[in-house]
Ligand binder design. Structure first.
Ligand SMILES: NC(=O)c1ccc[n+]([C@@H]2O[C@H](COP(=O)([O-])OP(=O)(O)OC[C@H]3O[C@@H](n4cnc5c(N)ncnc54)[C@H](O)[C@@H]3O)[C@@H](O)[C@H]2O)c1
Length: 452
């Protein structure tokens, strides 16, 4: 199967043809891939650590889900998960823990529909590919892959096997994210032009295993890699807003990292200056900044910082041609409307005052939250850990296209290796592959009303 990197004859041909593609088969291309509806979803679950346990708890609360098999190389985590399933009233599932590729035996079972995977990063793509090749849908924790090659492998395997590969990007389901989607659909902010977002979360204690149930695998990446290693939380929401893979497409990026200092300092303070970890040269720059350009001329500033001491920051600024929403400030400005409100209050000088978004929240609140808020209560990350699985299982049972499909999984995850290439090359521009092979031009944008 031919692949389509960004700057190629195929893309140029489509540009020359102009809107010609829009008429031809547009409906079929825009519908997205759907599989046969499933009466109930029989799940094999791999990776029952911190994240896996939260996902499992939420899956067990959903109607029409059976947890049939579990896999983890850590016997204690596996047993805890088996207990959870049993306590929820389902038969105790068999455990797979013989080796770090025992998930292959789980995938090969003939009584599963879906393999969910919350293992460390390096296993995501291999497990998803194995699941699809064995005829199961795959749902993976973020990011879906670590290399460009793996991203293509996910797309090609999904296309060949007709199985889904869903990305479990919970950040797409925040109330504010879906509210902004409603605002953009109604034109309140005009055309989206620019977004600024990031993953800025001090996880030094997790990396150095100084918290209960901590683990060593994240630190290994910080030793040997430099770039944005965790881009999908911020990229998911803004991809929905921009219509990435659905009317727009990531085109190229440049990326730059600051020096690496904070991990060494943390290690010296925690373990003493003579400790091996205090002398390790960490490659991962403390603060990475990436700029992304899209085919429709939109831009993104994307931050990654998991090393420095700081409160967690949910930075989101979405700028449209008619207004801007800033989640950190909890403020909105709508051209005409906000100016008029502040003019009345403070006279002509204050024509560009921010507004409190309270009234807008009422007007643009998304139906998923209105309908599912009670069920999502107590779930992780303010409820979105429930909502992402609720949506996945509902779409699988109804045989509908997924909210976040394999093209999204690839386009959002490929940012990891591409930022590494850019950083290593003095922030050189790097093309972002078009995993839809031009279909982004005719696929319909995500419909907020279809998310319910
Ligand atoms: N979406 C979110 O909000 C969110 C939050 C936290 C973590 N995550 C993601 O979830 C994943 C897991 O993170 P975590 O914090 O739970 O890590 P963790 O170390 O707590 O859990 C990983 C589990 O996978 C098991 N495991 C490792 N290698 C395995 C293999 N080869 N086969 C089977 N099991 C294996 C480990 O024994 C462990 O139980 C990561 O990809 C992380 O990025 C996502």
């Amino acid at each position: 199967m031919e692949r389509f990197p960004r700057d190629n004859a195929y893309n140029r041909r489509e540009v020359l043809k102009g809107g010609a593609l829009a008429g031809v088969g547009a409906a079929a291309l825009s519908e997205g891939f759907a599989a046969e509806p499933l009466k109930s979803v029989r799940v094999g679950f791999v990776g029952t650590g911190g994240r896996g346990t939260e996902l499992l708890r939420n899956l067990l609360r959903l109607e029409g889900v059976r947890i049939v098999a579990l896999c983890d190389i850590n016997e204690a985590n596996l047993a805890r998960a088996q207990d959870l399933v049993q306590k929820a009233g389902q038969p105790r599932p068999p455990g797979y823990s013989k080796s770090d590729t025992d998930w292959q035996r789980l995938c090969d079972r003939d009584d599963l529909d879906l393999v969910v995977n919350a293992t460390p990063w390096q296993w995501h793509a291999p497990i998803s590919v194995a699941a699809m090749k064995a005829g199961k849908h795959a749902a993976t924790e973020v990011p879906a892959a670590q290399t460009v090659e793996q991203c293509w492998e996910l797309v090609e395997t999904s296309e060949k096997t007709g199985r889904h590969c869903a990305l479990l990007e919970n950040d797409c389901y925040y109330r504010e994210v879906l509210m902004i989607l409603n605002m953009l659909r109604d034109g309140l902010l005009g055309e989206p032009l620019y977004a600024e977002a990031g993953y800025m979360h001090d996880i030094r204690a997790v990396k150095f295993n100084t918290v209960p149930n901590g683990e060593p695998w994240r630190l290994e990446h910080a030793v040997s890699r430099n770039g944005n290693l965790y881009p999908t939380h911020p990229l998911g929401p803004l991809s929905w807003w921009f219509g990435i893979n659905r009317g727009d497409s990531f085109s190229y990026l440049v990326s730059m990292s600051s020096k690496a200092r904070s991990l060494q300092e943390f290690a010296a303070k925690t373990f003493g200056p003579e400790d091996r970890r205090s002398k390790t040269q960490y490659k991962l720059g403390d603060v990475n900044v990436t700029l992304i350009h899209t085919e429709q001329g939109r831009t993104v500033t994307l931050y990654h910082d998991t090393n420095t001491p700081r409160p967690k920051e949910h930075l989101v600024r979405i700028q449209g041609s008619k207004g801007v929403y800033n989640s950190m400030m909890e403020r909105i400005f709508v051209d005409g409307r906000s100016s008029a409100a502040s003019k009345l209050r403070e006279g002509w000088r204050a024509t560009h005052e921010w507004e409190d978004p309270a009234e807008y929240r009422k007007q643009y609140d998304h139906k998923l939250w209105r309908e599912q808020e009670a069920n999502a209560r107590n779930a992780g990350h303010g409820g979105v850990d429930y909502l992402e699985l609720y949506r996945l299982i509902k779409n699988l049972r109804e045989g509908k296209p997924l909210d976040i499909d394999v093209y999204d999984a690839a386009a959002w995850s490929v940012i990891v290796p591409l930022t590494e290439s850019s950083v290593a090359g003095r922030s050189k521009p790097v093309d972002i592959p078009d995993f839809t092979r031009g279909k982004w031009k005719t696929r319909a944008p995500i419909d907020p009303d279809a998310i319910g």
